[in-house]
Ligand binder design. Structure first.
Ligand SMILES: Cc1cc2nc3c(=O)[nH]c(=O)nc-3n(C[C@H](O)[C@H](O)[C@H](O)COP(=O)(O)O)c2cc1C
Ligand SMILES: Nc1ncnc2c1ncn2[C@@H]1O[C@H](COP(=O)(O)OP(=O)(O)OP(=O)(O)O)[C@@H](O)[C@H]1O
Ligand SMILES: [Co+2]
Ligand SMILES: [K+]
Ligand SMILES: [Mg+2]
Length: 526
């Protein structure tokens, strides 16, 4: 898990406070993160008992780190402290010496436990005093001139403070409330919405014009330990070169085991390191992985349409599916269609196709895709979790029903009479499905709805080829040897994927490695 980004390289930061603080202990001068030349730094102090008690999850520091990264500023430390004047004063004094910019989050409200103004004042040996401009604004907003009122407490700030009014990018008007700063310390509100708004309005003041970080990522399908020496070798070779390399193992991703990041202010160096790193990796270990397949969905899906290869069965199947979905969207309005989505592999591929076709036809659509999910009594928690993640990822409206499929369809027919068609991931090789066509009404003794089957002639292998080629997230059970999912009481991993690993433990290969699609349901009792 070693990474050079945390190495004690001893390089000096360009922090102006640092270089001018001769009369401080060596502690203040040492920099513990590797910084690149010309770089400015930041430290974040999150203030609040509620965070230390675990009652509130701090998201502000993560927001700030992302923003600073794009501004070319290296965040070197995040500290979470309690609502106490001395704790705030000590930390602010320390951070102010060490970093170019210091952000505090929280503790600037009207109640007794808000004491960031006092703490920051104390850090610099300053008093707090009423700032006339703030007093005026607070008088105006809260209709009070009472200098002892809780609201007025928010106008009592460290002497020498600066007020900054940002420009609201939406209205192009100056913000109503200012950001208070003292020296290099900026006092942000703790409420995430307000902090984010204030930062977006004022973030430019932190922009480091000399530095732009460039990043690149390489994904490797090998255990980290087996490639650690390669990473270390390359990192060492470029240590003096303004390049920072990180290595991050991932135990659950279906596509890679280690993510290697390369950062530099020099894009050419990144290319050089990328080339060297990939060349040194074991053959076949570098994976092409798209972290955000939804972003490129339309382009990736419709590139299949441009492929003229008439002999490639897979390409033909994908093209047919796209055409069937397009036809469905001509026959039915989007509000009358839902996708049958139960977290299985077939509907996972289908959902992405459906999303891309809809997005292509209606690029600026606000409407949510509708999905039907009928939950069995004995459902896998992994499936449930995946369905929820998919709902959020694809921004779907889920129509949930619990119970038997036929009865639930009856309920849906009365609840949602508008739904006239369900797009399904059924394939001709599924039980009782050989007779189906792309458009088949449900059987006569079933609630009547049009079944749309875009993937009817796909083979088992095509489903995985599509999912994996596009880096689509899929239910984790498939990586544990399940090849088709029913419910927990009738579904097991596929025996054909079984093997005994090096430690003698019975294990299953992932579903995409099953070669004979006709054995897809060998792990199922029904
Ligand atoms: C929207 C929808 C419509 C269905 N219509 C029919 C039908 O008309 N006739 C039928 O026998 N089964 C129908 N089914 C049931 C499916 O054929 C199948 O049994 C079910 O999806 C379970 O599949 P599995 O055994 O592969 O898990 C329907 C299922 C859904 C979700
Ligand atoms: N409980 C359900 N709720 C909603 N739609 C369903 C449900 N069961 C099946 N479907 C629809 O029927 C299709 C075929 O079901 P099937 O179980 O074969 O595929 P899958 O679940 O997507 O994948 P797998 O074959 O790996 O289980 C699904 O893709 C989905 O569109
Ligand atoms: Co299936
Ligand atoms: K690491
Ligand atoms: Mg299934």
């Amino acid at each position: 898990m070693a990474s050079t980004e945390a190495s004690k390289s001893g390089m000096d930061t360009t922090n102006k406070q640092n270089s001018s603080s001769q009369n401080h202990s060596p502690l203040f001068k040492r920099s513990y993160c590797r910084t690149m030349s010309g770089q400015s730094t930041a430290g974040i102090i999150v203030i609040g008992d509620e965070i230390l008690k675990g009652q509130t999850l701090d998201t502000n520091s993560n927001f700030l780190c992302k923003k600073f990264f794009t501004l070319g500023v290296k965040v070197q430390k995040i500290s979470v402290i309690c609502d106490e004047v001395d704790a705030i004063a000590d930390e602010v004094a320390l951070f102010s010496e060490k970093f170019t910019h210091v952000i505090t989050s929280g503790g600037i409200g009207p109640t007794h436990d808000d004491m960031t103004f006092e703490g920051v004042a104390k850090a610099f040996g300053l008093k707090t005093e009423f700032h006339p401009e703030l007093v005026e604004r607070i008088t105006h907003w809260f209709h009070t001139t009472d200098m002892t009122s809780p609201e007025m407490k928010m106008a009592k700030i460290p002497e020498t403070s600066q007020l900054r009014f940002g420009i609201d990018p939406k209205t192009n008007k100056p913000s109503l409330y200012p950001l208070v700063s003292v020296r290099n310390v900026y006092l942000f509100p703790g409420i995430p919405n307000l902090l984010e708004k204030a930062f977006i309005m004022l973030g430019d003041i932190f922009q480091n014009p000399d530095v732009k970080f460039h990043t690149d990522t390489i994904y490797i399908d090998r255990d980290e330990a087996s490639i650690a020496s390669i990473i270390t070798d390359v990192a060492n070779r470029y240590k003096e070169d303004d390049v920072v390399i990180g290595s991050y193992p991932n135990l659950t991703n279906s596509y890679y085991k280690v993510k290697i990041t390369i950062e530099s202010t020099n894009p050419n160096k990144i290319q050089e390191v990328h080339k060297e790193m990939t060349e040194k990796m074991p053959e076949g270990s570098v994976v092409v992985y798209d972290l955000d397949p939804l972003h490129s969905a339309v382009q990736a899906v419709y590139s299949f349409m441009e492929n003229p290869n008439k002999d490639d069965q897979f390409i033909q199947c994908v093209q047919a599916a796209i055409r069937t979905i397009e036809t469905a969207l001509e026959k039915y309005s989007l509000t009358d269609i839902c996708i049958g989505f139960n977290g299985g592999k077939d509907c996972t591929a289908l959902l992405h196709l459906f999303y891309a076709v809809v997005k292509k036809k209606y690029p600026n659509l606000d409407l949510k895709l509708q999905a039907l999910y009928i939950r069995s009594r004995c459902r896998f928690p992994e499936v449930e979790k995946f369905v929820q993640l998919s709902r959020d990822r694809y921004n779907m409206e889920m129509l949930h029903y619990d119970g038997r499929i036929k009865e639930c369809l009856e309920t849906m027919a009365s609840d949602r009479p508008n739904i006239k068609a369900v797009i399904m991931g059924t394939r001709a090789t599924d039980p009782y499905s050989a007779h189906l066509e792309e458009f088949s009404m449900t059987d006569p003794n079933w609630p009547q709805v049009m079944r749309v089957n875009p993937m009817l002639h796909w083979q088992y292998s095509h489903v995985w080829q599509f999912i994996r080629q596009l880096s689509l997230p899929y239910c984790s059970l498939y990586d544990r040897g399940y090849t088709s999912l029913g419910s927990m009481d009738n579904t097991h991993p596929n025996p054909l994927l079984q093997y005994v690993d090096r430690r003698g433990v019975l294990t299953y290969k992932p579903a995409y490695m099953l070669e004979s699609g006709e054995h897809e349901r060998d792990g199922r009792n029904t």
